[in-house]
Ligand binder design. Structure first.
Ligand SMILES: NC(=O)c1ccc[n+]([C@@H]2O[C@H](COP(=O)([O-])OP(=O)(O)OC[C@H]3O[C@@H](n4cnc5c(N)ncnc54)[C@H](O)[C@@H]3O)[C@@H](O)[C@H]2O)c1
Length: 285
């Protein structure tokens, strides 16, 4: 019996917050896997450096596009998603909602007893929860199944994964340290959003899942990191070895591997994949 399983085709992927950190690595690993990538970020200089210098060879080949976008503005999101769709010839296959406020603690050692944290609360929710909703809403009209992928030349159905949305959440949705209410609530909200979208968008053939990173060292994934010659190894401390059953902190590649799995996992929908090196288990023990 001949197999109808197809090798992974090149996909058109939007990555939000891709100028630095985990998002920069996601873009690079997706490009290295043969996909095309469009990057959103609010940091203009860092974004331009990443797209045109860090990813120079892919940029020259027309495989990577980018746009400055403030994820707190729904108007900007809508017009920049249109721009990305145009770059991709009208077809978006994957959206990775990675961009957000990644620092979990209230600024300046504040606690929720300080009324000034209310503004930060709003910023967390708008950036980490409302933006993934608005980004997804804007992408849906462009996330069609490719006709060429639906059937093979004999008319049989192929086993293709189809379009998908991946939210980058956090293990803090499950277990917070003190003074992280805004961050933890926004990330727990993403879990609810993911499971609801996985049900609602199923009839459209769009899968929705979430990757929840634990402690990922990202300092080297930046212009400054490149200039200083920083490495991931330099950032891995004794505490990182103690805190993880895997005896190390996370690499951005750990998150990229989980996303690449989900992109091709056509029978996986509505799932939260925690990539935390066993930190939640260790703390619970
Ligand atoms: N690094 C970790 O240990 C860790 C752990 C758990 C979850 N995460 C999640 O992973 C994602 C990436 O985190 P990171 O560690 O790479 O952080 P980072 O701060 O290095 O990267 C976040 C990116 O999002 C962009 N961004 C922030 N606000 C924006 C806005 N309003 N509009 C457009 N872009 C905006 C930033 O400019 C930045 O490039 C975040 O969602 C974070 O919550 C990270």
């Amino acid at each position: 019996m001949s197999s109808t399983q197809e090798p992974s085709a090149s996909k058109n992927i939007i990555v939000s917050g891709g100028a630095q950190g985990i998002g920069r690595a996601l873009g690079r690993y997706f490009l290295e896997a043969g996909h095309r990538v469009f990057i959103f970020d609010i940091q203009e200089e860092e974004l331009e450096y990443t797209a045109t210098k860090h990813l120079e060879s892919f940029h020259k080949d027309g495989k990577v596009g980018y746009a400055v976008c403030d994820l707190r503005s729904v108007d900007e999101i809508r017009s920049k998603v249109d721009q990305a769709a145009q770059f991709f010839g009208g077809q978006i296959d994957v959206l990775v909602n990675n961009g957000g406020i990644a620092s979990p603690h209230w600024k300046d050692n504040k606690t929720m007893e300080d009324k000034e944290t209310y503004d930060q609360w709003t910023a967390y929710l708008e950036t980490n929860l409302t933006a993934p909703f608005a980004m997804s809403q804007a992408c849906i009209p462009f996330m069609r199944h490719r006709e060429s992928e639906s059937h093979n030349s004999q008319g049989a159905h192929k086993h293709v994964a189809g379009p998908c949305i991946i939210h980058v959440g956090s293990f803090r949705a499950h277990q917070s340290d003190p003074n992280q209410e805004g961050y933890a609530a926004s990330k727990a909200g993403q879990l609810g959003l993911m499971q609801a979208m996985s049900v609602s968008l199923g009839p459209l053939g769009i899968r929705t899942n979430l990757v929840a990173p634990g402690r990922i060292k990202v300092g080297h994934e930046s212009k400054e990191g490149d200039e200083n010659g920083d490495t991931w190894e330099d950032q891995n401390t004794e505490k990182d070895i103690d805190d993880h059953t895997t005896n190390r902190a996370g690499r951005p590649k750990d998150i990229a591997d989980a996303c690449l799995y989900l992109i091709n996992a056509g029978f996986v929908n509505g799932v939260d994949i925690t990539v935390d090196g066993g930190a939640l288990r260790k703390k619970a023990a």
